[in-house]
Design a binder for this molecule. Structure first.
Ligand SMILES: NC(=O)c1ccc[n+]([C@@H]2O[C@H](COP(=O)([O-])OP(=O)(O)OC[C@H]3O[C@@H](n4cnc5c(N)ncnc54)[C@H](OP(=O)(O)O)[C@@H]3O)[C@@H](O)[C@H]2O)c1
Length: 294
C-alpha cells in the first residue's frame, strides 16, 4: 500500500523523536509531527515536516503513527485528550515510548477498543546510533501488523527483533537487557575503584573492558542456552571458579579499603549457590537459587 510506505506521524519530539522524524524525512516520507512544545518542531518544519496543531490532527494525517514520549503516563494523557469521534479508527500506533509489559498490555487493549492496531517497541540505542546496520529495536504485537510496516520500521535500524504476538514481550526484554546493562555497569564502577586504588589509568581500564566485552557476550549467550535447556552440567565454566573470583574481589576491596558493596553482593549470591551444592555445575546454576523471591 503506497501511502503506508510514504506517510508517517511522529508524536513526541524529544531527542529520539526528532531523530526518528529526520530519518523518515531523509527517506522522502511525508512526516507529520506533534509535540506539546511546538517550537521543538521548528527545525523539522524547515526540513519539510508538517506540524499538527494537536494529536488528533497528527494521527489523522498518516496511517501509521510512532509515539515516542517520555513515558506511558504522558502517552496515555495525550491519547485520552482526543475528542473527535474516532481519529484512531483503522490507524496503526507504534509505541516506542519506554514502559513495562503491563503498560504495553493495557495500551494494546485500549487502542484495540478504538479499532486501532497497536505494536509495542523498545529502542536499544541512543539517538546518534539509530539507523545503523546493527541498531537493535525490539518489537512485539500482532504479526500481520508488524509485517505490514516492517520495511518502514527498518529505516530506524538494521537489527529489528520481532519477539512475537505477546504485546508485553518487547518491554519485558527491554527491562531484561537494562538489568544486564546496570549489573555490568555496577561491576564496571567497582573495577574503576580498583584501578584508581592501584593508580591504574581508568581510561585504559575502559579500553580493556571494550575489548573483552564481545567474548563476555558469547559466554552469556552460552549461559542463556544452559538456563533455557535446564541442563546445568558443566559445559564451559564451573561455578567454583566464580565463587573463588568473587571472594577474591571482596578480599581485595577490604584490603585496599575501597567500597565493598558490589563484591559483597556478588559473593553472597555465588556462595548461596555453592552452599546449595552447585559448585561443580555450570556457572548459570546460580539461577536455581534465585527463582524463589527473598
Ligand atoms: N534518548 C535515548 O537515548 C533513548 C533511547 C531508547 C529509548 N528512549 C525512549 O524514548 C522515549 C523518548 O525519549 P527522548 O530521549 O526522546 O526524550 P524524553 O525526555 O524521555 O521525552 C521527551 C518527550 O516527552 C514529552 N513530554 C514529557 N512530559 C510531557 C508531558 N507531561 N506532556 C506532554 N508531553 C510530555 C516531551 O514533550 P516536550 O518537548 O513538550 O517537553 C517530548 O516530546 C522515552 O520513553 C525514552 O525512554 C530514549
Amino acid at each position: 500500500m503506497e501511502t503506508l510506505k510514504n506517510q508517517i506521524s511522529i508524536i513526541g519530539l524529544g531527542p529520539m523523536g526528532i531523530k526518528i522524524a529526520q530519518l523518515y524525512l531523509q527517506k522522502g516520507f511525508q512526516v507529520n509531527v506533534f509535540n506539546r512544545t511546538a517550537a521543538k518542531a521548528d527545525q523539522l518544519v524547515r526540513e519539510g515536516a508538517r506540524l499538527a496543531k494537536n494529536i488528533s490532527e497528527a494521527i489523522e494525517a498518516s496511517p501509521v503513527s510512532i509515539v515516542i514520549v517520555h513515558n506511558y503516563a504522558v502517552a496515555n494523557d495525550l491519547f485520552s485528550s482526543i475528542e473527535t469521534g474516532n481519529a484512531l479508527a483503522d490507524k496503526l500506533i507504534v509505541q516506542l515510548t519506554t514502559g513495562t509489559s503491563q503498560e504495553a498490555r493495557l495500551s494494546e487493549t485500549w487502542f484495540n477498543s478504538k479499532t486501532a492496531g497497536y505494536l509495542d517497541g523498545a529502542i536499544q540505542v541512543a539517538p546518534e546510533q539509530m539507523a545503523q546496520p546493527d541498531t537493535t529495536i525490539l518489537f512485539s504485537g500482532n504479526s500481520g501488523k508488524y509485517l505490514e510496516i516492517e520495511d518502514t520500521l527498518k529505516i530506524l535500524g538494521g537489527n529489528l527483533k520481532y519477539l512475537g504476538e505477546n504485546i508485553g514481550a518487547a518491554a519485558a526484554m527491554d527491562t531484561a537487557t537494562l538489568s544486564y546493562i546496570y549489573g555490568a555497569a555496577a561491576g564496571f564502577l567497582h573495577g574503576a575503584l580498583i584501578a584508581e586504588s592501584e593508580n591504574f589509568d581508568v581510561r585504559e581500564y575502559g579500553n580493556i573492558i571494550a575489548e573483552i566485552a564481545p567474548g563476555m557476550g558469547e559466554f552469556l549467550k552460552h549461559e542463556g542456552a544452559v538456563i533455557s535447556s535446564g541442563d546445568f552440567k558443566l559445559s564451559q565454566s564451573p561455578l567454583a571458579i566464580s565463587v573463588e573470583a568473587t571472594e577474591r574481589i571482596l578480599a581485595t576491596a577490604k584490603l585496599s579499603g575501597i567500597n565493598s558493596e558490589f563484591p559483597q553482593f556478588a559473593a553472597n549470591w555465588l556462595k548461596r549457590a555453592k552452599d546449595a551444592g552447585y559448585e561443580q555445575e555450570e556457572f548459570a546454576a546460580v539461577i536455581k537459587t534465585l527463582r524463589t523471591p527473598r
